[in-house]
Design a binder for this molecule. Structure first.
Ligand SMILES: Cc1ncc(COP(=O)(O)O)c(C=O)c1O
Length: 387
């Protein structure tokens, strides 16, 4: 049997549904309808209502962050996180080449330039060793801040991303941040429910962002959040994401340029119901990952991506990686699986290959370019096993 047929067979051993199986369908097993109906019944569907505070408290409790601020989406959350970390127009921000375009876009929204770095094969996250070597060559410290000697620009932040919810090597990247005096801002968009050595992803830098888009582990329809342990930053975040309006019974006064990034109450209502079921959703996704691990073990040249030792992944997107040399088989696997009603898809096109970012500074990108040709996401929703 060729590899494509073996992959289809492995999927059929895990997924019993007879209908088309999407990559990640949301599940609504709890109070989703009741809470959103409450918003409609009370008319509080928009910027005022109890669910936003409640959702923020639930997120802070769950992640262990001191504060969580709910916003309209994960891209807005990362945009805010970068601003809060002090990123200014004309700065450079280190991001992985292997990420969803929102990471690079958020850097551009802040007026900064993505500095694109390579990933490593085990977790698909930023390669700390390669980055260390690169920064040693091209940077210098000026008054305690890191500058790119080639471009003259300040490197104002480093944005690790936990790819598909698999925690990357946080300790190694924190050491790089420390060595080069670069603040860490985690893009934890894909990582609600993922833990690195017992601590929730998104709790390692000064600020971090989460996403609750419809395809994420839990969803608010569209939504995101900023996590931080710094009360002053959290207060500032709330202020600038709610148009920077100073509190007053009737006056409309805004003390700076703010953003209309506040999460509406009806979305937060959905989020509260989803948070109540997060553990059950994670358990179901874990069972799915275990079944996939067993099913793909039998296929020569294919690795099912699993969490590193000491870490817990939310298994947001289940992922298979073809061995080097099998690049030519990727498209036939995608054809065969999609043809058999299992939605699968390749990795994102790496950021340095997109037209708007192709001239950005970068490291050697050989690993990302190789992974791009070998990684496939397979159906991952909690509904496959059931909640
Ligand atoms: C790595 C990454 N960053 C940022 C985002 C942006 O989140 P959103 O779609 O909620 O804007 C996403 C997901 O969509 C993502 O996967």
């Amino acid at each position: 049997m060729d590899t494509s047929a073996q992959v289809v067979k492995a999927l059929s051993q895990v997924i019993f549904s007879k209908r088309y199986t999407p990559l990640h369908e949301p599940v609504f097993p709890g109070n989703e309808l009741a809470y959103t109906k409450e918003c409609i019944d009370t008319t509080f569907v928009s910027s005022v209502g109890k669910f936003v505070d409640q959702f923020e408290n639930m997120l802070a409790d769950y992640t262990g962050a001191k504060r969580a601020i709910a916003v309209t989406n994960g891209t807005a959350a990362l945009h805010m996180a970068l601003i809060l970390a002090g990123v200014k127009s004309g700065d450079e921000v280190i991001i992985p080449g292997l990420t969803f375009v929102a990471t690079a876009n958020a850097v551009a929204y802040a007026g900064a330039i993505p500095h694109i770095a390579d990933s490593e094969e085990t977790t698909l996250g930023l390669d700390a060793v390669k980055l260390d070597m690169h920064l040693s060559k091209i940077t210098e410290l000026r008054n305690g801040e890191c500058f790119n000697k080639d471009t003259g620009r300040r490197i104002a932040a480093l944005v690790p991303m936990h790819v598909f919810g698999i925690p990357l090597d946080v300790d190694a990247l924190l050491a790089v941040c420390e060595k080069f005096s670069i603040p860490m801002v985690e893009d934890a968009a894909e990582a609600i429910g993922s833990f690195y050595k017992g601590k929730h992803c998104g709790r390692f830098g000064k600020v971090a962002s989460l996403s609750f888009n419809g395809n994420k582990t839990i969803t608010t329809g569209g939504g995101g959040a900023i996590l931080t342990d710094d009360d002053d930053l959290a207060d500032l975040c709330k202020h600038i994401t709610t148009t920077a309006k100073t509190p007053h019974k009737w006056e409309y006064f805004h003390d700076m340029v703010g953003y209309n990034y506040r999460m509406p109450n009806i979305n937060a209502a959905l989020g509260c119901a989803q948070m109540e079921k997060l553990d059950a959703i994670l358990a179901s996704k874990r069972t799915l990952a275990e079944k996939y691990t067993a099913a793909f073990k039998r296929i020569e040249g294919i690795r099912f991506l699993t969490e590193p030792d000491g870490c817990k992944s939310n298994y947001w997107f289940c992922t298979i990686i073809l061995k080097k040399g099998m690049e030519a088989e990727r498209d036939s696997i995608l054809e065969a699986t999609n043809g058999a009603a299992y939605m699968t898809r390749p990795l994102w096109t790496a950021m340095h290959r997109l037209p708007m970012f192709e001239n950005c500074p970068r490291t050697d990108m050989s690993v990302a370019e190789s992974l791009e040709k070998r990684v496939i996401n397979i159906p991952s929703g909690a509904g496959i096993i059931g909640v």
